[in-house]
Design a binder for this molecule. Structure first.
Ligand SMILES: C[S@@+](CC[C@H](N)C(=O)[O-])C[C@H]1O[C@@H](n2cnc3c(N)ncnc32)[C@H](O)[C@@H]1O
Length: 339
């Protein structure tokens, strides 16, 4: 079948103002203001081909105001981006079809000139701009500077930072926001209390992260993963749509008991999204050992096209959903090995 162009597809009037993004044999529609996403697939979309990653996760700096022991990042990596260089790369990716940039790091709010960069991206490109922050540097002034220009802010909740002021500031400015929380064996028993407390604070979105890394005490056993799936299912029912409880993609089939929004798909890292590292390389995800240097958007896209196989390999870190048994063989106690 010959390649088709996404602009040739006729859409109902209600959807026609949404930005179009070609997937392989499907069309994604996206509204950066609301985050609304629609997936169209049928005979009309056959022949469409993805020409750029849908989203870029951008480690704008490797500097961080915290020193979490479990953090997945390589704390020795350089911070090689200026705001102008980051803008130029993202503007060019936007022109080639990418829909979203999600800043992380490091701590994005520790990057000098961060709010000006977000504003410029919002005003001069069509990208949806989001960020993940530990919230400690999210002052009133910073929240006010970001609010008009950002699509979404995710606040990672850690034991040593009070997340409540950041959440109140975002809620007060009506910034779309959500919480990221790493679920460890120790935290399993408090999942409901944690999520319900967030719901009471007006938070409408929580993402439960699975640990990637070499500390056996942080990984859930098979039985604990099953227990988490049951708890999430019951919680979602109890919340009745007042709040979205999401599970990150690294849980993989460990969470198959939880109803899925879409059919179970292969891990999208390296294909639907890529990570741009603080030292100017491109990698499938922030837990992956493979990365490739690039100079500009064209070279990044060349890596994305030509290194497709390398970008689809499992990460070496235990916890990767692409690895047999999530790479946990030998790491967990024999009696709690995953099925
Ligand atoms: C590395 S942080 C960078 C952005 C920002 N400094 C923050 O704390 O949100 C991005 C996300 O990765 C998560 N994370 C860090 N280390 C992890 C690990 N080893 N396994 C899984 N998620 C991890 C954090 O909880 C956070 O939500």
């Amino acid at each position: 079948m010959s390649e088709r162009a996404e602009d040739d597809i006729e859409l109902p009037a209600a959807l026609s103002s949404m930005r179009r993004f070609a997937l392989d044999d499907a069309l994604l529609l996206f509204d950066r203001r609301t985050g609304l996403t629609a997936l169209c697939d049928g005979p009309e979309t056959l022949g469409l081909r993805m020409r750029a990653p849908r989203a870029v996760q951008f480690a704008i700096t490797n500097a961080c105001n915290l020193a979490c022991t479990f953090c997945s990042r390589d704390a020795t990596a350089a911070s090689g981006w200026s705001a102008d260089e980051a803008f130029a790369l993202l503007r060019d990716l936007d022109e080639r079809g990418t829909l979203e940039v999600a800043f992380g790091g490091g701590e994005p709010l520790a990057f000098k000139g961060f709010s000006a960069l977000v504003r410029r991206l919002s005003e001069e490109t069509s990208l949806a701009v989001s960020l993940t922050t530990n919230g400690a540097l999210l002052t009133d002034a910073m929240a006010g500077a970001l609010a008009p220009f950002v699509g979404q802010i995710r606040v990672s909740v850690y034991d040593d930072v009070d997340h409540r002021p950041a959440l109140s500031r975002l809620a007060a400015r009506r910034v779309r926001h959500g919480v990221n929380w790493l679920v460890t064996p120790e935290r399993l028993a408090s999942v409901e209390a944690f999520v319900l407390d967030l719901a009471g604070r007006g938070c409408r979105d929580v993402l439960l992260l699975s640990y990637n890394g070499r500390d056996p005490a942080m990984h859930l056993s098979g039985a604990e993963s099953e227990a988490l799936a049951g708890r999430v299912r019951a919680l979602s029912r109890a919340l009745g749509g007042r709040m979205t409880v999401k599970l990150d993609v690294c849980w993989g089939e460990r969470m198959e008991a939880v109803p899925q929004l879409f059919e179970a798909r292969a891990c999208p890292a390296g294909r639907e999204f890529v990570v741009v590292t603080s030292d100017r390389r491109v990698s499938p995800c922030s837990f992956h050992h493979r990365s490739f240097p690039f100079a500009d958007a064209d070279e990044l896209l060349r890596v994305w096209r030509e290194q497709r196989e390398a970008l689809a390999t499992p990460a070496e870190q235990p916890g990767c959903a692409r690895s047999p048994g999530f790479g946990l063989g030998g790491l967990l106690r024999p009696l709690t090995l995953l099925r």
